[in-house]
Design a binder for this molecule. Structure first.
Ligand code: ADP
Ligand code: MG
Length: 473
């Protein structure tokens, strides 16, 4: 239809054709979004169907209560294909059903849990360790912050967090057991308790992780992210404080306060997502259409942080973050990132002139910054931190990467070192120095005219001086 000349065609054929193409594209996008939504509903239905098929195994109240009895529990959904981690433990209780899926009964009361200690007050929630009174089971209770603007109601982020966690079932995604309420109209997520978060561990460990341990952590992270992306979920706030690690070496992605379902191509979305230090350059440059690659950028930042125990790109503000990104990953060019100039915030950028051949003064510094990383590791990290989102590997591609096949091989999870649990005792240290995810409703910053032309000043001297030279790749 769109290609056929309209009976009402005016002289302005070009405009008409453009308008028709736009309508067609919008229709296609809508179709794809509906498809994604259908896939999500399918997943939920599937889970409910499976649950209904095995009613004899369902002991809703007693599941928590009878820990000593031989357990007969049903699996909710088929295990997702996991990466070839050598230590996939078969006795993983995180796959077990904890609440009646699909049935909207009366929520249980938070009074059924005894608070043991605060774990941490985060940006949107408040997390405490608690014991289920009748079963003795230890859980984490996350109180959702209510929204003053929504007249004390649950913000949409809280609803999404519940919806998404309820749908997810994967060994590398934290498990939601149930949602409970209090008489004061607070809403709590009852989550499996996980002893550590990666950020606290990295801050406190005297020695960095071994290469084999980093590989296991990264594989688990990629496996969880692949599961989310496979189910049309963008996490949009991947960072070390949102990655939990238990004493059996299992990593769990947590904090779905920024997450949401999307289609392909994704709808227009807010750019105000992802904590600044883990935020992809396309978001900083104002892209409102973005996809899974923003999570992969964060995975790259986490990879770098696992290697050095320091957040990789600690910008003080959006402009500083971009400048740190360009200094590490190279300045964007029309070859390295075709079309980046069309992004809203890219128009006013003044970038340093390209110098020399092979990337010259504006090339990637990743190899120089990580001299101990193998060539395959540099290739993977460089890929995840590609400025052009199209060039970043998907989570599934990460799982297949050569880096994990080379020695040292990923360490078995069961062989992981254990760490003293801070969450189990006193409150975890407050991390005032770490930025939080942006708050909904905050104004998107326009970068305006920004001059980056000086960011490589001094690099030439650095390259020449000190009796060594940096390899620019
Ligand atoms: N299931 C859990 N078990 C143990 N600790 C947790 C759990 N979930 C969260 N935490 C701790 O609480 C912190 C804040 O939780 P998070 O879900 O990230 O909330 P926020 O949205 O406030 O950032 C995390 O960084 C982690 O240290
Ligand atoms: Mg968090």
């Amino acid at each position: 239809m769109a290609s056929k000349a309209s009976r009402w065609a005016s002289n302005d054929d070009e405009d008409d054709a453009a308008a028709a193409a736009k309508i067609k594209k919008e229709k296609e996008e809508k179709k794809k979004r509906l498809k994604a939504e259908k896939a999500r509903q399918q997943l939920q239905l599937e889970a409910e169907r499976q649950a209904a098929q095995q009613p004899q195994a369902q002991q809703p109240q007693s599941q928590d209560d009878d820990r000593d009895r031989p357990m007969k529990r049903r699996r909710l959904s088929p295990e997702q294909p996991n990466p070839p981690t050598p230590a996939a433990t078969s006795s993983d209780s995180s796959k077990l059903l904890r609440f009646e899926s699909g049935a909207f009964g009366r929520s249980r009361d938070v009074e059924e849990y005894d608070k043991l200690n605060d774990i941490e007050e985060g940006a949107y929630g408040f997390v405490a360790r608690a014991r289920h009174v009748s079963s003795g089971r230890i859980v984490a209770l996350k109180r959702l912050k209510l929204d003053a603007k929504a007249r004390g109601g649950l913000p949409v982020t809280g609803l999404r967090e519940i919806q998404i966690l309820k749908d997810c079932r994967h060994r590398n995604v934290v498990q939601l057991r149930e949602v409970v309420t209090s008489r004061l109209e607070n809403i709590f997520l009852v989550l499996e308790f996980v002893e550590h978060d990666l950020k606290s561990i990295l801050e406190d460990m005297p020695e960095p992780f071994l290469a084999s341990e980093i590989k296991t952590l990264l594989l688990q992270l990629a496996s969880g992210v692949a599961y989310l992306h496979d189910h049309w979920i963008l996490h949009r706030d991947l960072k070390t404080s949102n990655l939990l690690l238990n004493n059996r070496g299992q990593l769990k992605i947590a904090d779905f306060g920024m997450a949401r379902y999307v289609g392909d191509p994704p709808p227009q979305l807010t750019q105000l997502v992802v904590t600044l230090w883990y935020r992809a350059p396309e978001l900083l440059l104002g892209a409102s259409r973005y996809g899974q690659a923003i999570d992969m950028w964060s995975v790259g930042c986490i990879f770098g942080e696992l290697l050095t125990r320091e957040p990789l790109l600690q910008g003080k503000n959006e402009v500083d973050e971009l400048s740190k990104i360009f200094a590490l990953c190279g300045i964007p060019t029309d070859e390295s990132w075709p079309g980046f100039r069309r992004l809203p915030n890219a128009k006013g950028l003044r970038l340093p002139p390209k110098t020399g051949g092979g990337g010259g003064g504006g090339g990637s510094q990743i190899r120089a910054k990580f001299p101990l990383l193998t060539a395959a590791g540099v290739e993977l990290l460089g890929g995840l931190l590609a400025l052009d989102p199209e060039k970043r590997p998907t989570a599934k591609q990460v799982l297949e990467h050569e880096y994990f096949k080379q020695d040292p091989r990923p360490k078995q999870e069961a062989m992981f070192p254990t760490f003293p649990s801070k969450a189990g005792q006193e409150k975890r240290r407050r991390r005032n120095d770490t930025p939080n995810a942006p708050v909904r409703g905050q104004q998107v910053k326009e970068l305006g005219a920004v001059d980056f032309s000086g960011i490589f000043a001094g690099r030439e001297a650095e390259e020449r001086g000190g009796g060594f030279s940096l390899r620019m790749v």
